[in-house]
Design a binder for this molecule. Structure first.
Ligand code: PLP
Length: 368
């Protein structure tokens, strides 16, 4: 099976090997040492400013998004600008609503990048924070980190970045962007099984977490930061996933760090896009500010649902389907995780073969 979803994604052999072992007990000096190493390695990969901290909440990425909102924003004093350009941006916005944080949404036409004009149009007024999914995975779009960073510096906004699909796939430098929080996820470019959503907090974010009263016991940032000082977690963590994350972080570090991994991922994405161009398939790739993590593909003539099922059942290949009304006319292909370039060769050959077998939709229907 070759999995081109945007998470979970294929893992390295060493990461998979750890998954086959019994889970060790974790209140030990050995596990604490591994966790302190995880913190150091993650802060390095993110190029976090001096004095930053990393924590490893046991939850999916959505849990870390919510932990950030509950633990770092205050319903009385904060008001957040939030980029809503797809389903993940919309999720941030819904969470702000749920937790009573006043917000100013920037609604983008799905699939379009954030522009300077979008930012200039905002009435910043008494806003204190800015939330963005740097890579809007649902649309395959990467937003401009330096544009956002400049804007937040200029207006003194506390910047929370969901880098869940873009971290290690696209260039990211926490310090130069001026981000206060980076949210990641085990099963995206970290290429581990799900269960942990690592976060990096700048010194300002740590200060906020320690000074706000958090109405939450399980996803409490203050508790997590306190425990992580000695390499521990408040409750039983996803121990095996954390050991796999350690293997992966150490391997990335040894192989040249974030820069090398981003370059590798860019190679995989560009190779795939070039092959799709050359194959002359009836697809349209969306390439205005694309993330290296994923390619969004319009398929007006061939049913994306039929294509997904055919590739899964007869070629052993998983595409990344889209939900909602675009579910049958578009799909995505992920490039993160342990994909050698040869996976692209197999995928494009399968797409060519499958498109030849599937009945094209009537032009009339396709033009609807
Ligand atoms: C995958 C993803 C998430 C979180 O998804 P979970 O299912 O909660 O792990 C959040 N934001 C972005 C941008 C993502 O790509």
């Amino acid at each position: 099976m070759i999995n081109f979803a945007v998470g979970p994604v294929p893992s390295s052999e060493n990461v998979r090997a750890i998954g086959s072992l019994d889970t060790p007990y974790f209140r030990t000096p050995e596990f604490s040492h591994t966790m302190l190493e995880n913190e150091r390695l993650l802060c390095n990969l993110a190029h976090a400013p001096e004095g930053s901290r990393a924590i490893f909440p046991t939850c999916s990425g959505t849990g870390a998004m919510e932990a950030a909102i509950m633990g770092l924003l205050d319903p009385i004093n904060d008001k957040a600008i939030v980029v809503d350009g797809g389903s993940f941006g919309h999720r941030f916005r819904s969470m702000l609503e749920l937790h009573g944080i006043d917000n100013v949404p920037i609604e983008l036409v799905p699939g379009t990048p954030l522009t300077e004009a979008d930012l200039e149009a905002i009435n910043v007024g008494d806003c204190t924070a800015f939330l963005v999914n740097l890579g809007e995975t649902s649309q395959g779009v990467l937003y401009d980190a330096s544009l956002i960073g400049r804007f937040c510096r200029e207006h003194d906004l506390f910047l929370i970045v969901d880098g869940i699909s873009s971290f290690l796939a696209d260039p990211f430098d926490m310090e130069s962007m001026g981000a206060d929080v980076l949210i990641t996820d085990a099963q995206k470019a970290l290429a581990c099984p799900p269960g942990v959503a690592p976060m990096v907090l700048s010194p300002d974010a740590v200060k906020r977490a320690n000074s706000l009263t958090q109405p939450c016991m399980y996803l409490n940032l203050y508790d997590m930061l306190k425990n992580q000082e000695r390499g521990q977690t408040p409750f039983t963590p996803a121990v095996t996933t954390l050991l796999q994350i350690h293997e992966r972080l150490a391997a990335l570090d040894a192989a040249g760090g974030a820069k090398a991994e981003v370059a590798r991922c860019a190679d995989v994405a560009n190779d795939f896009r070039n092959r799709i161009f050359s194959a002359g398939l009836p697809f349209q790739m969306r390439l205005a500010s694309p993330s290296n993590a994923v390619t969004y593909i319009e398929s007006p003539y061939v049913s994306a649902k039929a294509l997904f099922a055919l590739l899964k059942d007869e070629y052993g290949i998983w595409l990344c389907p889209n939900g909602g009304e675009k579910g049958d006319t578009s799909f995505r292909v992920g490039h993160i995780g342990n994909h050698p370039l040869s996976d692209n060769v197999l995928l494009v050959a399968a797409l060519v073969d499958a498109c030849g077998r599937l009945e094209p939709k009537h032009d009339k229907e396709a033009n609807k």
